[in-house]
Design a protein around this ligand. Structure first.
Ligand SMILES: NC(=O)c1ccc[n+]([C@@H]2O[C@H](COP(=O)([O-])OP(=O)(O)OC[C@H]3O[C@@H](n4cnc5c(N)ncnc54)[C@H](O)[C@@H]3O)[C@@H](O)[C@H]2O)c1
Length: 242
């Protein structure tokens, strides 16, 4: 078993997940980068401090295999960052049941499956951190995202509270991070006019950087954050003040 802390980050091939996983490695963690995109994962240079696993977070078998692979390599899992997510801007009337189900399956069911798979291990260790990448969309409704995305992100916040309450006595904290507009490859898909309007409404006057979100996750994963659980951390440039 390694002495270093061990983390699993989903959706880690690019964007926020990649920044979070890299930050944890930089901080001395052993990190398993999980993603459905094998090609992008392959491009990640990883030494002894990292491993990669191709898996779809909505597939229970694939999730179980990742957890097993990490435990057999490093003997424990202390941090889980449920970051994998998909987002569509489809207007309500045009959302097919198939698209609705897929968004819920990846964003919400994936978070449930991975959390369910690591919790027994974290409780045995009596130390764990689960961090869920939710969204402003799950708090305040859409900036540009569809109803399915917003509903999945709101669902994550309720799930986070259930997990936090049930694990609080076991040394396991569960928290959510709610970004609004962060500069990732996903953002490049937003119509530039829509994006400009969005940026104009952000009090700090710019979009956020993935490294800024990674720094918050880094703190929540640390020893110092042991008294924080069941909380949602806004990181949105002041877009939502509450
Ligand atoms: N970028 C933002 O402004 C923003 C704002 C709010 C919330 N978020 C949330 O942050 C998370 C990351 O967003 P991002 O902007 O980095 O997105 P992104 O699309 O750049 O990266 C998402 C990653 O998740 C992976 N992924 C998708 N489906 C998967 C699956 N089924 N199994 C495993 N991996 C899968 C993708 O391959 C990709 O590498 C998402 O949950 C998103 O909802 C992002």
């Amino acid at each position: 078993m390694t002495d270093a802390r061990v983390a699993v980050v989903t959706g880690a091939a690019q964007g926020l997940g990649r920044a979070v996983a890299d930050r944890l490695v930089q901080g001395g963690f052993r990190v398993c980068y999980v993603d459905v995109n094998a090609e992008k994962l392959d491009a990640i240079e990883h030494g002894a401090h990292a491993m990669t696993a191709v898996a779809d977070v909505s597939d229970p078998q694939a999730v179980a295999e990742v957890v097993e692979a990490v435990l057999s390599r490093w003997g424990k899992i202390e941090v889980l960052v449920n970051n994998a997510g998909i987002r569509y801007e489809t207007p309500l009337e045009a959302i097919s049941l198939e698209e609705w189900n897929r968004v819920l399956a990846v964003n919400l069911t994936g978070t449930f499956l991975f959390s369910q798979a690591v919790l027994p291990q974290m409780r045995r260790q009596r130390w764990g951190r689960i961090i869920i990448m939710s969204s402003y969309g799950g708090q305040a409704g859409p900036l540009t995202s569809g109803a399915h995305y917003c509903a999945s992100k709101a669902g994550q916040l309720a799930l986070m509270k259930v997990l936090a309450r049930m694990s609080a006595q076991d040394g396991v904290t569960v928290n959510a991070v709610a970004p609004a507009a962060i500069h990732t490859p996903e953002m490049d898909r937003i119509d530039p006019e829509k994006l400009a309007r969005m940026v104009a409404s952000i009090p700090v006057g710019r979009v956020g950087e993935p490294e800024e979100v990674a720094e918050l996750v880094w703190f929540l994963a640390s020893e110092a954050a042991g008294y924080i659980t069941g909380a949602t951390f806004d990181i949105n440039g002041g877009l939502l003040m509450r």
